[in-house]
Design a protein around this ligand. Sequence first.
Ligand code: G6Q
Length: 539
Amino acid sequence: MATPTSAPQPPPPIDETPTWAALTAHRDGLAGTSLRHLFAADPDRAGSLTLEAAGLRVDLSKNWVTAETISLLSELARAAGLEERRDQMFAGTPVNESEGRAALHTALRLPAGERLEVDGADVGADVHIELSRMAAFADAVRSGRWTGATGEPIRAVVNIGIGGSDLGPAMAYHALRPWSDRRLTFRYVSNIDPSALHEALVDLDPETTLFIVVSKTFGTIETLTNAGSARRWLVDDLGEDAVPRHFVAVSTNADRVEAFGIDPTNMFGFWDWVGGRYSVGSAVGLSLMVAIGPDGFDEFLAGMREVDEHFRSAPLEANLPVLLGLLGIWYTNFLGAETVAVLPYADHLARFPAYLQQLDMESNGKGVDRWGRRVGYATGPIVWGEPGTNGQHAFYQLIHQGTRLIPCDMIGFAQATDPIGDHHDRLMANLLAQTEALAFGQDSDDPNRFFTGNRPTTTILAEQLDPATLGRLIALYEHKVFTMGTVWGINSFDQFGVELGKVLASAIEGELPTDTPLAHDASTNAAIAWYRAHRHPVS
Ligand code: G6Q
């Protein structure tokens, strides 16, 4: 059981506080009210529930809330100690209690020269030393000064990593392709399925390919297996001596990097206080920096920093990530929502829902609180989504007319990144029309054509999907997740469920190529026997 470090006396569970009871009564009082009623009753509603900060315009008015809801939810956040825990996180206190670590991803975006002392070390200085090394490397690759072993410039960068060492850079690269150096090709390999590596390498030339192997621990089987096979692909063509010009590593474990055969001088470091799913602003984002250049990466970090500063300083009632988190609590715990859909009206954000899925579900998919007690209320929602308008032609039917409550985050931009004719106006018209139809429905005498409306959405708008805006969106959701985890009293920074997955397969893996007796359950034994009979031996 976790030893509490931040609060010696466990507080009462949050669902036993007077504010929770007040919110339950408030919810009951709102029963029967609809978004139509709420808008009719308050002509200022749209204005008072739309906030602009840190380059983002967030319209909360199409949610099932009143000013009183916001005030009670803010009180709940205060009762849960959100402000204190937020300040502890920014200061480097080990808020990841179960692993005895700080969660200092916000330090990754400190401005140059700003000190942050943790355990006697100036982490701000450490961060900027590493950023400078990354920038020198990224510039060398982009300019062609860093060549492959035969003197050819690099033309393809292959990032090998999984989970937090893949989703962040892969999502961000796809989001920011218009800002990338189009002479370079970027590929992201995560799955141990051989098809993933095969597809990534099938049309690449070893002479012009650079691998970035990203693993915090450098012990993750998928990454090491893919990196080992990539190394063989290279060495078969160019020989052992070529490895240092074609492999760099991003890790916290220099010994394992060296043991794998990558020169530690070609390693970019980060720290144990950077969680995998919070790491895209660290050296884990090296492929992104090569793609968009050090200046673009600076803007990306600056966007995150803007939201960090807003989160640190804005009153809870006007604090964007706090309000998004509190709305999440409202829907999850008081209105029974099990899920949240993230619907970006931007094709470049196709991987953003998958990125948020990890950020949210790995952080808040916990059933035990920070004091070791099993929680008696729902925690992390199921996060999913696809870009609009594609989703409209697929699953939106269920959101409009199904039986479930699905709060949606709609994300859109004022300007296209790749303008063609009137595409962008048409795209945005769809976003706006969807939020209107979901909120206000459509009357019809035909029950099949009747839309109840009263389906909540939050609309998040920004000028353009550029590096700074992507940074802002990431930090917005990071702090939303933190807010929710704090209200639930859980540790959003460990992931023992993921770690279990890392050991489970190893026993069965050893059994597959043998005919040793099996001692699993009957179903698993039979499946292993079938696989043994049908598998192709490893060549
Ligand atoms: C992230 C998780 C997990 C992790 C991967 C890869 O928060 O801990 O997704 O990032 O399992 O781990 P390595 O970077 O150590 O290879």
